[in-house]
Design a protein around this ligand. Structure first.
Ligand code: ASP
Length: 314
């Protein structure tokens, strides 16, 4: 059984953005399916297509941080126990390809900051400016709105009050007014004919995030996970996903309770704060799950056999 499942982020997805996301996901499925003989190649190809498209919050289309720069995070994990990840990459939009290089060419799992930029350069990735003109325009507008809200008592992303004179309260308000801000992270999970699984996730993080903020997407067991039996890619508020080690928690539930991948995902997500996360998952038998507690998640799946491409805004 060969299968590929992809997502283009969770949140409140407007019909207009939804249509664009589904078109992108169909192309990403085609790109990944061309490599489906090897699960790792397939997951990477699907994510790379979305990074290159500039339509999602990753790669060329990444959102900008508080200082107006894109910092990219990504991870690739295989069911054979291999993992490579990057965080705060600014050198190139090809975050998933650099994560793969970390996995294959270094003894490490995660490189970040200046080190990852130097590594990307050493691996021959050309330097490229990240961030579309639309993202920059939106950045300037949002930054202005955010500054007007300064002075509010801060709250962290899951609603806990913070002593930090934070920007989370105004940022949450902005997110309510601009639902398109909180989606567009991408991920893919692939299963090949040899029963191998691989999961990949790539993101620009959250618009106006603090410089140096690390996303769940680059953390194994949080936003991205694969074992011999199951692969998962998550999306949503990274701080929630990290605190709950979401993908690993779903995998443990799946293993311990034998309740199936969809039930394991839904019951784990039911314990998270409302409107915070979504996942796609795929097990070794080719059964997949799409679960969320946000308004929507954009997803698509392709498997062997006839007319088996399905895309949806759950
Ligand atoms: N999980 C990503 C992050 O927090 C954002 C997203 O999935 O939309 O960086």
């Amino acid at each position: 059984m060969r299968r590929l499942i992809v997502h283009g982020g969770a949140g409140r997805i407007t019909p207009e953005h939804g249509e664009e996301a589904l078109r992108g996901l169909r192309s990403a499925l085609d790109a990944g399916w061309g490599e489906i003989d090897d699960a790792t190649e397939a997951a990477v190809a699907a994510v790379r297509w979305m990074e290159d498209s500039g339509k999602f919050n990753c790669g060329r289309g990444a959102v900008l941080n508080l200082r107006g720069r894109a910092e990219l995070d990504a991870a690739l994990v295989t069911g054979r126990g291999e993992a490579g990840a990057v965080s705060n990459l600014t050198w190139t939009p090809r975050a998933i390809a650099v994560a793969r290089k970390v996995m294959e060419e270094t003894p490490h799992v995660l490189l970040c900051g200046r080190g990852v930029d130097r590594f990307a350069k050493a691996m021959g990735f050309p330097k490229e400016r990240i961030g579309t003109s639309a993202r920059r325009k939106l950045y300037l507008e949002l930054r202005r709105d955010l500054e007007k809200g300064k002075g509010d008592r801060g709250r962290w992303s899951d609603g806990r009050p913070s002593r930090h004179p934070a920007w989370w309260t105004p940022l949450r308000k902005l997110v309510r007014e601009h639902p398109e801000l909180l989606h567009g992270t991408v991920g893919a999970v692939a299963l090949d004919a040899k029963g191998r699984l691989a999961a990949a996730t790539s993101t620009g993080g959250i618009f106006l995030k603090m410089e140096g903020r690390v996303s769940d997407s680059s953390l194994v067991g949080c936003g991205t996970y694969a074992g011999t039996d199951l692969g998962i890619s998550a999306t949503g508020i990274g701080e929630v996903i990290i605190r709950h080690m979401l993908t690993r928690s779903i995998a443990e539930r799946y293993r311990l309770r034998h309740e199936g991948v969809q039930a394991a995902a839904e019951r784990t997500i039911a314990q998270m704060p409302d409107d915070s996360v979504g996942i796609v998952a795929l097990d070794r038998k080719g059964r997949f799950a799409v679960a969320r507690n946000t308004s929507n998640i954009a997803w698509g799946s392709r498997s062997e056999g006839t007319s088996s491409v399905r895309c949806g805004l759950e």
